[in-house]
Design a protein around this ligand. Sequence first.
Ligand code: AMP
Length: 304
Amino acid sequence: MKAILVVGSVAFDTVETPFGRAEKVLGGSASFFAVAASFFAPVNLVGVVGRDFGEKELAAFRGRPIDLEGLERMDGATFHWQGKYSYDLNSRDTVCTDLNVFEFFKPKIPARYRASEYVFLGNIDPVLQREVLEQVERPRLVACDTMNFWISGKPEEVRKTLARVDVLLVNDAETRELSGEWNLVKAARAIRKMGPSTLVVKKGEHGVVMFTEGGSFSAPAYPLEEVFDPTGAGDTFAGGFLGYLASAARLDDEALRRAVIMGSALASFCVEAFSLDRLLRLTRPEIEERFRLFKRLTNFEPLD
Ligand code: AMP
């Protein structure tokens, strides 16, 4: 089964940017990932929400190949994250994180999901990430996200999880912290020795660099005139990246390069509006058109 299992946060986000404010709108790593990946392959979603998560929010997932049997509902409130961006949108401060029901999240993988061939471990406790892997059969590819909170707080657990991961997707600061190397090429070499054969380093508006067995590959971020809200861009990138790989005939270096461009294309739509608003209006022809624009953006002729 070419389905993708995603485990991560499903949230209400309150976001303030220089251009506006959105109050308790749908967010969370698993939400962005699932909607992006569902353009390419069926998605099995595992997460937790509270009683305040209603039909209006669920509507975002309905009508798409996103299975919600693994979306647990607990007594209490849904995880709430509040962030504020500075004028250049590159730095953000977390104003508050109300874990609510997420504090008690113990991922339970429904029997139907255990044969998922692709797995995305969203940014959760590395111990829980491994518990997810214990519950799946033999995935073809395991991809994983993490953050500085876990890298500095539970370094040994992060290492143990990484030993079982094929693709790690992190930002440049996390790459440096995890490896203890400032230089990204050296950092990538060190991280690839920890387990993941592929490292994808996200650099926000400066694009992405991927390190694989075959060398490195670099993609810019799409030059947009209007960037409205960067929240979820990383998870949307991961959804486009893994979604494309699940739909590709082969898992070779060429497919990984196209996956980076597909992830970048999806992320470029995500930032055009608050929450998942743009992704929910997105069409397949729009995705394909932006993929082609990326080709033009980076194409040049060799020297005579
Ligand atoms: P990104 O912009 O890709 O880093 O993802 C932002 C999303 O991550 C938001 O929708 C938040 O709800 C979610 N988020 C923020 N903090 C956490 C956390 N500590 N654990 C899990 N998800 C989080």
